[in-house]
Design a binder for this molecule. Structure first.
Ligand SMILES: [Zn+2]
Ligand SMILES: [Zn+2]
Length: 345
């Protein structure tokens, strides 16, 4: 326990490792930041130095600028930073996402970042890592959240597109540029031509240029040919719901793709034709399985349903505490929209 106190400090700037002199996904500028993945609430601007998993490197450079000072490691490739062994392990969340493992004097801490335990067709599957202390997210940490398998989801999405085509409608799927967009591409590959909005296209290019294979897509240009789009598939960020660009798509059938679709009622989404539960986070059972298989003696619960999830863990005999952080979808959306609204209103 004393080692743990030395190994992690929860500060105003983020989760700090005093021994290693680095932060994990800090929300304020620091000298050295170890980054779990490229979402805007975890990989923020202004760090002197970034360390991430290899597949995240191009994503961070794309988002934060080519000038950032950045180093990367493969999964399971430890780096000694001031005596602390730091390594990345697959989190199954988005391309390049990693759990961050810290080991110091035989004491192991795992910081999950964001993770999804169910495998999909595009991300390296989640790997459980044993540790003394596990810092887990809890975005969907309520028993009502239960995801279907990737195959079931694929069948549902493809059927929707086919139905739209039978009715002469163009399928427009709304999902975040990093994670959701590539996942939808993998789920709909081969059904028909997939057009992607420029924000997604540019990110995809960065990912492809770093050596990762992605399903083939076509850029949705601003002056698109309406005839050409007829009955095809379009993927765009959710910020474009209600945009001029979307309004110009002929006979559009729109669908929002989000884990939150499992509980409807968000006003913003009443304007769409369909909703699909596509999440890049663990569902309730996934969170519990991850915590149990870590064998952690102490769990800290971050963004999401931390109160309910940590209470539940204590009830089943796992010592858990809530941890206040500045991660979460709202923070991510805010940062994502800031960079995306510039492209099309
Ligand atoms: Zn994330
Ligand atoms: Zn997050």
């Amino acid at each position: 326990m004393t080692v743990e106190k030395e190994l992690l400090k929860f500060t105003k700037k983020g989760v700090y490792c005093p021994q290693g002199k680095f932060y994990l996904d800090p929300w304020h500028p620091v000298d050295y930041a170890v980054i779990s993945h490229g979402h805007a609430d975890h990989a923020r601007w202004g760090m002197q130095h970034y360390l991430c998993q290899n597949d995240s490197k191009a994503i961070l450079q794309h988002r934060l600028g080519a000038a950032i000072k950045i180093e990367s490691l493969d999964y399971n490739e430890p780096l000694n930073i001031n005596g602390v062994a730091v390594s990345f392990h697959p989190a199954g969340h988005v391309i390049g996402s990693a759990q961050i493992r810290l080991e110091y004097k035989g004491f192991v801490v795992v910081f999950s970042g964001d993770y999804k335990t169910q495998p999909d067709f595009i991300t390296v599957p989640f790997e459980s890592v044993k540790c003394h202390t596990f810092i887990t997210e809890s975005t969907f940490g309520l028993p009502i959240y239960h995801w279907q398998t990737e195959k079931e989801l694929q069948a549902e999405l493809q059927q929707w597109v086919l139905n739209n085509q039978a009715n002469n409608r163009t399928s427009v799927l709304l999902g975040y540029s990093l994670g959701k967009a590539q996942r939808l591409m993998s789920l709909l590959e081969g059904v028909d031509t997939m057009y992607v909005h420029r924000a997604i296209h540019n990110l995809n290019e960065a990912i492809i240029n770093s050596g990762i294979k992605l399903p083939k897509t076509t850029l949705l240009s601003n002056d698109f040919d309406k005839k050409e789009l007829q009955n095809k598939i379009i993927i765009m960020p959710p910020g474009l719901l209600g945009s001029r660009l979307l309004k110009r798509v002929p006979n559009a059938a729109t669908a929002i793709c989000s884990g939150w679709m499992q509980i409807r009622g968000n006003k913003r989404w009443q304007a769409v034709d369909a909703g699909f539960t596509v999440s890049d986070h663990a569902d309730w059972n996934g969170l519990i399985a991850a915590v149990k298989s870590s064998d952690a003696e102490q769990v800290y619960v971050t963004h999401g349903s931390q109160a309910i999830f940590s209470k539940y863990l204590n009830e089943i005999g796992i010592k858990a505490n809530e941890l206040k952080t500045e991660y979460g979808e709202e923070a991510m959306v805010k940062a994502e929209n800031e960079s995306e609204t510039v492209i099309d209103s």
